[in-house]
Design a protein around this ligand. Structure first.
Ligand code: AP5
Ligand code: MG
Length: 192
């Protein structure tokens, strides 16, 4: 089993690269952002609560996303591996993920962090906000709040994986293909 965490600030390209990775390596993509937006679309109570926070650019509570990930892991028992995208976003989430995977004897192989400048993040998200329908993309203030949440609460998760010697950082600026190539180079090491 190959379990990877794709890491980086809002707009770094986690979802874009995950799509290419699942095609090439046959892994299951678990994006907590996508799972939450699906709850919103279905109008569930969880979705309604989450929407209030997501529209402001702040994180939803740890228990909510940990519960969603736990359900998805149970529902995909025969998976070749998982790409975690937008999760874990706090150290508490990282610890919970380790416990869930310990039960499966399939720990995280590594984290791959996409490094992108703040100016490029804002540019990408505002561009997408023109037609994505995502309220959190449309407003520069909300985008800055998302980046601040990342710096305050999520950036420390990199240290968590550094201490386990599982951290890799790559340049997230450039074309989608160039970035994918850098990720493939890291994955080659894990598949040996
Ligand atoms: P989430 O959905 O995870 O959003 P995010 O991480 O803030 O940002 P994105 O998903 O928009 O960025 P991305 O890195 O996937 O980039 P993408 O490939 O889309 O979270 C949304 C909200 O949900 C959070 O704010 C929070 O409230 C809540 N939430 C989610 N998970 C949570 C958790 N674990 N705990 C608590 N709360 C949670 O690319 C962005 C754009 O750039 C696209 O238009 C793309 O086409 C373009 N692009 C991609 N690559 C390139 C490139 N190389 N060059 C030019 N453009 C590019
Ligand atoms: Mg995403």
């Amino acid at each position: 089993m190959l379990n990877l965490v794709l890491f980086g600030p809002p707009g770094a390209g986690k979802g874009t690269q995950s799509q290419k990775l699942i095609e090439k390596y046959g892994l299951i993509h678990l994006s907590t952002g996508d799972l939450l937006r699906s709850e919103i679309t279905q109008g569930t109570p969880l979705g309604l609560e989450a929407k209030k926070l997501m529209d402001q650019g702040v994180l939803v509570p740890d228990e909510v996303v940990i519960g969603m990930i736990s359900t998805k892991l149970d529902a995909n028992k025969d998976a070749k591996g998982f790409i975690f995208d937008g999760f874990p976003r706090t150290v508490a989430q990282a610890e919970a993920l380790d416990s869930l995977l310990e039960a499966k004897k399939a720990p995280i192989a590594g984290m791959i962090a996409l490094e992108v400048t703040d100016a490029e993040l804002e540019h990408r998200l505002l561009l997408r906000g023109k037609d994505s329908g995502r309220p959190d993309d449309a407003n520069p203030e909300v985008i800055r709040k998302r980046v601040k949440e990342y710096n305050d609460k999520t950036a420390p998760v990199a240290g968590y994986y550094k201490s386990q010697h599982k951290f890799n950082s790559i340049n997230g600026m450039g074309t989608i293909e160039e970035i994918f190539h850098s990720i493939e180079e890291i994955i080659k090491g894990y598949l040996q």
